[in-house]
Design a protein around this ligand. Structure first.
Ligand code: BG6
Length: 479
């Protein structure tokens, strides 16, 4: 008989996660090119419930590019991890991190995306970061692309809709896999491959008005991402058989708003179209429910000969999950993608807080896929003002993280195989969705405002010291 599991496994990896485009800065340095993140502007007085710059039309993109002086682009300077990485890694070590999930900026390595040879200065930067992490006993977990496609691949090729992007991405990915084959073991190929409704431009670089059927164009782009991911897995195993190659979900599991059978059925159908991405990437084929959805919605996906075989033969080895919130579906309002759960409270951005939802989705993913999993992101964004205090007292974050870690432990005790937990984020960074600095997730406060002004001094919050104890106790001490 199997032995009961009573807590987090030995050698469980504890750490935090960031994305290059939200923290690095160094936008003009080391030969870096312009990515889609570098043209995302901060909008004063923004509506926090709306993701900014979610979709782009050709006109909007052209205006943005020809009127750059009218905007402030926070992701160009991030929080200066590019120059500050040694201090930031030292603080992670002080918390006891054993892993750090980070991403490689595609435009540091291939500034325009379509070059034949990579940019050595960009490659060297990540050599230095990985070396620094290893010196501090921290395992890098690396996302190859996290919302920072080279802009040139959008303007001149039409983003992931164009099959040529597969070759450019595979070249970039293989350059990284070869270069860092002795420094990195865990690779997440594409950040949140399923988030094509909320983050379509970030994920796919497809302009809204470039196609008559935008939804079809998005799924075509996703198909190219599936093919590219399988090609990367195939190459990876030749480069280093010990590599672990993963895909990633932004968990979007929906609960039925009521127990009315129509709500229950709609929730199941919506959830399947979220699991679709992982059914393809982990089980190796397009499921029938998706083929039916495509037919009924006039979505015709062009596949080349050999695509299906490639996807079947080169599936992903682990599932990384970003978990922040949960929502419901209401059969009376099927068009609403996010219906708030009346039992839950939400933060200022309308993100409903539901720790139990983490237990449910991790248990469900385990039952469905039986592959190792990790929490790639989990955290709470809040407005926090330092004013005259010496330290941010973020008991709300401690509460949030503690409850989520407890639910994760429950899922593990019920059988889910999970090897890492990464809090989003070790330090405050620029928000992906709203480009604000004011949406702070960090365990370390950074003195910087929405316009990039401030000393950039790093100041640990209460949660920094709390998390240190969590890690030291391997997730046993959570208060
Ligand atoms: C995840 C993204 O979906 O959500 C991150 O992978 C992002 O890049 C995080 O930062 C939180 O979103 P936001 O919009 O609050 O920064």
């Amino acid at each position: 008989m199997k032995k009961l599991v009573t807590g987090f496994p030995e050698n469980f990896l504890w750490g935090g996660a960031t994305a290059a485009n939200q923290c690095e800065g160094g936008f003009h340095e080391g030969g870096k090119g312009i990515s889609i993140a570098d043209i995302q502007a901060y909008h004063k007085g923004l509506d926090r419930k709306i993701v900014q710059d979610r979709d782009y039309t050709k006109e909007k993109l052209e205006y943005r590019l020809s009127h750059q002086d009218e905007f402030y682009f926070p992701k160009r300077q991030g929080v200066d991890f590019f120059h500050n990485y040694k201090e930031d890694i030292a603080l992670m070590k002080e918390m006891g991190f054993t892993c750090y999930r980070m991403s490689i900026s595609w435009t540091r390595i291939f500034p325009n995306g379509d070059e034949e040879t990579p940019n050595e200065a960009g490659l060297q930067f990540y050599d230095d970061v990985f070396d620094e992490l290893h010196r501090n006993g921290i395992e890098p977990i690396v996302t190859l692309t996290h919302y920072d496609m080279p802009l040139h691949l959008v303007t001149d090729y039409g983003g992931w809709y164009n099959r040529k992007i597969i070759d450019f991405f595979v070249r970039f990915a293989c350059t990284c896999l070869n270069r860092y084959k002795d420094k990195v073991t865990y690779w997440i190929i594409i950040n949140q491959i399923n988030l094509i409704y909320a983050e379509s431009f970030n994920s796919l670089g497809i302009l809204e008005d470039a196609h008559d059927n935008f939804e079809e164009a998005k799924y075509q782009g996703v198909h190219h991402q599936f093919v590219a991911s399988s090609l990367v897995v195939k190459e990876a195993k030749n480069i280093n058989p010990n590599f672990k190659m993963g895909t990633m979900s932004a968990d979007s599991t929906r609960a039925p708003l009521t127990c009315h059978p129509d709500d229950v059925k709609l929730a199941l159908q919506r959830n399947r179209m979220q699991y679709f991405f992982f059914d393809v990437q982990l089980k190796g084929e397009y499921p029938l429910y998706a083929l039916r959805y495509f037919k009924e919605n006039n979505i015709n996906i062009q596949m080349a000969e050999g695509d299906e075989e490639l996807i079947r033969n080169h599936t992903m080895e682990f599932l990384a999950v970003a978990y922040y919130y949960s929502y419901c579906v209401d059969a009376k309002k099927p068009e609403a993608r996010r219906v708030n759960n009346p039992y839950l409270k939400a933060n200022e951005w309308g993100w409903s807080i539901d720790a139990v939802g983490l237990y449910s989705c991790m248990s469900m993913y385990w039952d469905r896929y039986h592959v190792p999993m990790m929490i790639a992101e989990n955290g709470l964004g809040m407005v926090e003002l330092m004013e005259n205090e010496e330290r941010i007292h973020d008991d709300y974050r401690i509460n949030y993280l503690g409850q989520h870690i407890k639910e994760l432990k429950d899922a593990i005790c019920d059988g889910a195989e999970v090897f890492a937990y990464c809090v989003w984020a070790p330090f405050d960074i620029i928000s992906a969705g709203t480009s604000e600095m004011s949406k702070r997730y960090g365990l370390i406060y950074i003195d910087q405002d929405d316009y990039g002004k401030g000393s950039k001094k790093r100041i640990p919050k209460d949660s920094f010291y709390w998390y240190k104890n969590v890690i030291a106790s391997n997730g046993e001490i959570l208060d």
